[in-house]
Design a protein around this ligand. Structure first.
Ligand code: ADP
Length: 434
């Protein structure tokens, strides 16, 4: 290109030399040079006009060949043409990637929805129209909560906490269940994935109903058996002495079964009842004092010290019965598994992000690290003999986990075998009331 430029400059100098010579020969130097330069200007203007026409004609910049020209102008035309082609190739490549991404999202059964930082709908795939009834023509740029108005969805969307997905009836038909999962991306934008989990939900409901029905059906027979065994044990004088031990054991086991059924029914209720939107303000200190005094009565013979250290200015928003059940399970476990004269402390502290943590700590036998991730599974026990001795059902921590999840809270377990355990409930700021 530099050589072309040099040769063009040489040609221009030659032209000027020729004009000067012709001027000297004719004796009209100024006129000849002026006429020559004027012709050069006309030629340059003509080339510029061709370039302008080519660039601005409707189809030229898309695919048309550049005008034929020689020398420097030819190079300029070709250079612009090359640049255009490169840009066109890059655009086509990006377009093909976008087309492929759109084709693959269009083939998805799952709805994919992009929401901008103002919470307005930006883009969605065809499945979103099928599952949620969005309309391509008039829903773009609408606030998402204006189109999906179920209160549970609005709460979930506005909470900004998307650790867990939300399961909800479809806004179009009540007999389908949808799972909503939102993730943050970019600069405050959100990507929402929605899938139809009706089948899964039905199976889960069947499992829950089965457990609930079985427990319900077994409750009356077990209560009758326990009642009669109690009566028999009250009148052992009328019975042969060798019957006393078997009766004692039968009574103990039927009491255990009663406890299991009670816990299973509690779990079924926690799973089936939808989380109430009406929340009461709970005085956590008072609730913990009540649990402490209940534990002191239940485990009076163990002579343990039970202390509550909970001086917080805030109330907790939630369901009192459920929270009593969860926190008392932790405190009663601590008392149950800790040796006589052991120490149990319940400690509250406000967390940096405005939440609250309630820790139940004991200096009991502790739990080996390998058991900790499985403790909240139903019927999981660290030591079968230890918990059956203590009358445990293996369902207590499953109840705790469910109640906490219904309060947007989580359970953390720390333990050192031989030293003790600490069960910490973390409640988020949105559950705090001043
Ligand atoms: P259980 O009714 O058997 O107590 P949980 O679900 O409440 O069932 O607890 C599961 C297991 O976790 C218990 O069987 C017990 O082995 C262990 N565990 C719970 N709390 C404590 C604690 N404070 N100290 C030691 N082990 C505990």
């Amino acid at each position: 290109m530099l050589r072309d430029w040099r040769s063009a400059m040489k040609k221009l100098l030659l032209l000027l030399g020729g004009l000067l010579l012709a001027g000297l020969v004719s004796g009209q130097t100024a006129w000849v040079i002026a006429a020559g330069l004027f012709s050069y200007l006309v030629y340059t203007m003509l080339q510029l006009r061709r370039l302008h026409r080519w660039l601005y004609s409707p189809d030229a910049s898309q695919s048309g060949q550049p005008p034929e020209s020689l020398g420097l102008w030819g190079d300029v035309f070709d250079g612009i043409y090359q640049l255009q082609r490169r840009e066109r190739d890059a655009t086509n490549y990006l377009k093909s990637i976008i087309d492929r991404a759109q084709e693959s999202t269009a083939a998805l059964e799952m709805a994919v929805i992009m929401i901008n930082r103002r919470g307005h709908l930006e883009w969605w795939n065809p499945a979103a129209e099928r599952l949620l009834g969005l309309h391509r023509d008039h829903d773009r740029n609408q606030p998402v909560v204006n189109l999906l108005r179920q209160p549970e969805f609005v709460d979930y969307f506005e909470s900004g906490d998307y650790n867990r997905p939300l399961n909800l009836n479809s806004p179009l038909t009540r007999d389908r269940t949808l799972e909503y999962q939102i993730t943050w991306f970019g600069d405050g934008e959100r990507l929402m994935l929605v899938r139809d989990i009706t089948q899964l939900h039905r199976l889960e409901t069947m499992r829950r109903d089965f457990a609930g029905n079985v427990s319900h059906e077994l409750r009356t027979p077990i209560t009758v058996i326990t009642g009669y065994l109690e009566t028999l044990l009250d009148n052992t004088d009328d019975l042969p002495a060798r019957w006393e031990r078997p009766l004692q054991q039968m009574y103990q086991q039927s009491r255990r079964m009663e406890n299991i059924i009670r816990d299973l029914l509690t779990l079924t209720q926690l799973e089936t009842k939808s989380v109430s939107r009406q929340r009461t303000a709970i005085d956590i200190d008072a609730l913990l004092q009540e649990i402490r005094s209940d534990a002191e009565q239940l485990f009076a013979d163990k002579k343990q010290t039970l202390a509550v250290d909970c001086h917080i200015a805030h109330h907790l928003q939630g369901n009192r019965n459920e929270l009593y059940s969860a926190l008392s399970n932790l405190v009663f476990n601590a008392a149950k598994y800790t040796q006589e004269k052991g120490n149990i402390t319940i400690h509250c502290s406000e967390e940096a992000a405005g939440g609250l943590s309630i820790a139940v700590e004991d200096n009991g036998p502790g739990i080996e690290a390998r058991h900790i991730p499985r403790l909240t599974e139903r019927f999981y026990r660290v030591d079968e003999s230890r918990s059956t001795d203590t009358g445990g059902t293996g369902l207590g921590l499953a109840i705790v986990k469910h109640v906490l999840a219904r309060h947007n809270a989580t359970l953390e377990i720390e333990s050192t075998p031989g030293e003790g355990s600490r069960f910490i409930c973390h409640f988020p700021a949105l559950r705090m009331l001043s």
